[in-house]
Design a protein around this ligand. Sequence first.
Ligand code: ZN
Length: 259
Amino acid sequence: MKYIDSHCHPNSADLRNEAAAVFERARAAGVLKMGVIGGDLADSLEAVEMSRTYAEYGLFPVVGVHPHEARTMPDGVAPELMELAKLPEVRAWGEIGLDYYYDFSTREQQRSCFVAQLEAAKALGRTVVFHVRDAYDDFWELMTPERTPDNAVLHCFNGGEADAKRALDLGWKIGFTGMITFKSAQTLRDIAAKLPLESLLCETDSPYMTPVPFRGTRNEPCNVPLVYRKIAEIKDIGLDEAAEQIWRNNMEFWGFEDN
Ligand SMILES: [Zn+2]
């Protein structure tokens, strides 16, 4: 079985010091590609560098400024980020969005940082990775037609059914993390059950969102098969069927040649 972890942070303080071991464990678990996601400028640069250094593990970089870090980029898109976003190996712009659960940056900072990146991504015709938490009203309000990307994913989805439907209508994907294995996440499982398998991506968001039964420990890309397993269970299909379809979803979404 081969898997892709569509969204992880091996470029984070928790994982970077043992990156090689993390990638070895991923490979041993059948995780043959990993999306390395940026959170701020330094982190995005590291995503690019790490993807080059460890190219043999199938890493691909995504660059952007997370809503938590919006305060670090108050004056529109930094030229350095723009340069990174133009690199041919960079597969998408992200993660960007709004997080009103933590409010680590003010909502005003989050909105302006989000819109600036959204418009820049649109100008470059980039795929976008969205992070939205407790903020879908503002998210959709800011998503005017001229800012709407053709290709995007609602990563670590925990919105409502209407949000998922709206994303599908736009041709976007829905990304599920280990959250879908949590006992408390029945509503999320009910939503996933109604979504076409062709619209789903599976991710760890490691080092966060550790799936059951490892919840409470540090997460790693090697745990992503547990998310695929839960999706297969929800859809009442075999794990191989789920993994094959989600592999194809990823090939198309990130623009990889299938192999
Ligand atoms: Zn993330």
